[in-house]
Design a binder for this molecule. Structure first.
Ligand code: ADP
Ligand code: MG
Length: 174
């Protein structure tokens, strides 16, 4: 997890890792596919149905049968089994965030960047997101989670503070 005041550069760091912003100096060394989950899920879900949105990010060379299989697996991994035909506007905020994670998984991402992903969620959905990402990390995913809610630090394997564009030494966490 990454913690820091507003304007300290957390979102910028994630954008640099994604390759959306070029750093003035230094370089990012990451050979895995990376996906970004935004604070507001309505800023990243593009297509009308859950299934269509997930298909969008899948590798192009898959056959229709492989796409269907992958769709089912990704939805199940985030607890949205049976949601393929569901219109996205009928989902709760927490379900939308989980769908964004499913899209990352379906696209073969091994690294997930989450930019304050629970800010707009109710407490129960916040906890579900934390539990889900923790579980996916136990299965090999790497996640970098930006938060300003210090209680979320209880769930992480390590945390770093960010201040004025610089990452500080590791923090003590639960
Ligand atoms: N592409 C850019 N070039 C220069 N400055 C930027 C760019 N993007 C963001 N900033 C600035 O970097 C600072 C950190 O912003 P941001 O990463 O959004 O902080 P945080 O997510 O920690 O609140 C802000 O002052 C912002 O205006
Ligand atoms: Mg930010």
């Amino acid at each position: 997890m990454l913690v820091g005041a507003n304007g300290s550069g957390k979102s910028t760091l994630l954008r640099v890792i994604m390759g959306l912003v070029q750093p003035d100096s230094g370089r990012v060394d990451c050979s895995h596919r990376v996906s970004l989950v935004f604070q507001n899920p309505d800023h990243q879900l593009l297509l009308p149905s859950c299934g269509a949105d997930l298909q969008l990010g899948m590798p192009g060379q898959l056959s229709p049968a492989q796409r269907q299989e992958r769709l089912g697996i990704a939805l199940e991994q985030v607890g949205l089994q049976g949601f393929a035909q569901r219109p996205i506007h009928t989902l709760s905020g927490g379900q939308k965030q989980r769908l964004a994670i499913a899209a990352a998984l379906a696209s073969d991402s091994r690294v997930l960047l989450l930019d304050e992903p629970t800010t707009l969620l109710d407490p129960r959905s916040q906890q579900e997101m934390l539990t889900l990402v923790r579980h996916l990390c136990s299965e090999g995913l790497t996640a970098l989670w930006v938060t300003h809610r210090l209680e979320e630090l209880d769930c992480c394997d390590g945390a770093f503070p960010m201040r004025q564009g610089t990452v500080g030494p590791a923090m003590a966490t639960g």
